[in-house]
Design a protein around this ligand. Structure first.
Ligand SMILES: Nc1nc2c(ncn2[C@@H]2O[C@H](COP(=O)(O)OP(=O)(O)OP(=O)(O)O)[C@@H](O)[C@H]2O)c(=O)[nH]1
Ligand SMILES: [Zn+2]
Length: 352
């Protein structure tokens, strides 16, 4: 049986630096997240110093291991053979691109067949859910307390487990006539929020899907357009009626710390797309199915959508929402985010 509780325990264990095991269709892997490992935990996990290292296929490309990837499935994680000089510090340098400039002479590394491909792919997904770098020590044997399956991880990530947890009046700057609705995912505990502004007027509501951006929404970061987009959306919606969904998908779904790692790579000259790839993540890890589910729970499945991102329209439509109109949501650039907006237009299909 799929058990999201097992996935939750595994995420907790990874964050704490405890080992886990994932049993996939093609075998079992024992894992210790490199980011949270320390010397004592590594020695306990791998007394014989024989554990290999598991990284993403995009990280393998940066490390010039691309020609050793699985030709049948180039997106699969890559397992790097451990040699005596790859100690914990060596593994961190292998896993984290932030150190590439400081320690450019790495390797040579050698890829070996992945112990269990399904389980290894699930491991990288679990790292993303935990907000950790997707890189592990990997061994074929061990005695971890937490053992899960790839299906447990899928069950954890299931937006169907969403329910309305609380609702209340919330006068805001954009409109005194507003109601906040809080959702809880039974499985992963994420707390998404909807703000309903104004009164239904018989027309489909104007809807904005806003993904969390602590730096932009709260701190006024000029690196992105999130803060101005958030406030302009609230005012645009308040002038008719509609709904702002505040989705807890920080950093396009890779979490705050990984987004800040991506910013650090951008400081070194990489754009927002390459930074995500170099860290070993998808360009955009968000799943907007959760937004469709929120709209359905509020009872609004025919909407006008405020966005420049065709992917949001496509995913909402695929999840049963009738998007009758896409309303552009373009705001003036500034010297710090102009390149970022160009990248969104040129590389991620934003209609800017
Ligand atoms: N990983 C990563 N996430 C970023 C970066 N800059 C902003 N974000 C996140 O991107 C999300 C906002 O997405 P955007 O791509 O700006 O906009 P969008 O939601 O796709 O499209 P629009 O609806 O047209 O605004 C938020 O979760 C931000 O935290 C970055 O450089 N790297
Ligand atoms: Zn932002």
């Amino acid at each position: 049986m799929n058990d999201p509780r097992a996935a939750a325990r595994a995420i907790d264990a990874l964050k704490r630096g405890w080992p886990i095991a994932i049993a996939g269709a093609d075998g079992i892997v024992h894992l210790l997240a490199i980011e949270t490992a320390d010397a004592a935990r590594l020695a306990e996990f791998d007394p014989g110093e024989t554990a290999d290292i598991l990284i993403s296929s995009t990280r393998a490309t940066t490390l010039k291991l691309a020609n050793q990837r699985d030709a049948a499935d180039p997106g699969r994680p890559v397992q790097v053979a451990r040699v005596p000089w790859i100690d914990l510090a060596g593994a961190v340098a292998l896993a984290d691109p932030a150190f590439d400039l400081a320690t450019p002479l790495k390797g040579p590394y050698r890829a070996v067949p992945v112990t269990a491909g399904d389980a290894a792919s699930a491991a990288l997904e679990l790292a993303r859910l935990a907000g950790l770098l997707p890189a592990f020590f990997i061994a074929g044997t061990g005695t971890p307390e937490v053992r899960i399956t790839p299906a447990d991880i899928a069950a954890y990530d299931d937006s169907n487990a969403l329910m309305i947890a609380a609702r209340a009046r919330l006068p805001v700057e954009a409109s005194e006539n507003a109601e906040i609705v809080a959702f809880r995912s039974r499985d992963d505990g994420t707390e998404h929020v909807a703000l309903i502004l104004g009164e239904p007027d018989g027309q489909p509501p104007l809807v904005r899907l806003h993904s969390e951006c602590l730096t932009g929404d709260v701190l006024g970061s000029l690196k992105c357009d999130c803060g101005p987009q958030l406030h302009a959306a609230l005012h645009a919606i308040a002038s008719h009626w509609g709904i702002l969904l505040y989705l807890r998908q920080e950093g396009r779904g890779i979490g705050l710390i990984n987004k800040l790692r991506a910013y650090s790579l951008q400081d070194q000259g990489h754009d927002t797309v390459d930074a995500n790839l170099r860290l070993g993540f998808a360009i955009d890890a968000r799943d907007f199915g959760v937004a469709a589910r929120m709209l359905a729970l509020i009872g609004q499945t025919r909407i006008r959508l405020l966005t420049n991102n065709p992917e949001k329209v496509a995913q909402l439509s695929a999840h049963g929402i009738d998007v009758v109109e896409r309303v552009p949501h373009k705001l003036p650039s500034n010297p710090h985010n102009a390149k970022y907006l160009d990248t969104k237009r040129d590389r991620t299909g934003h209609q800017l």
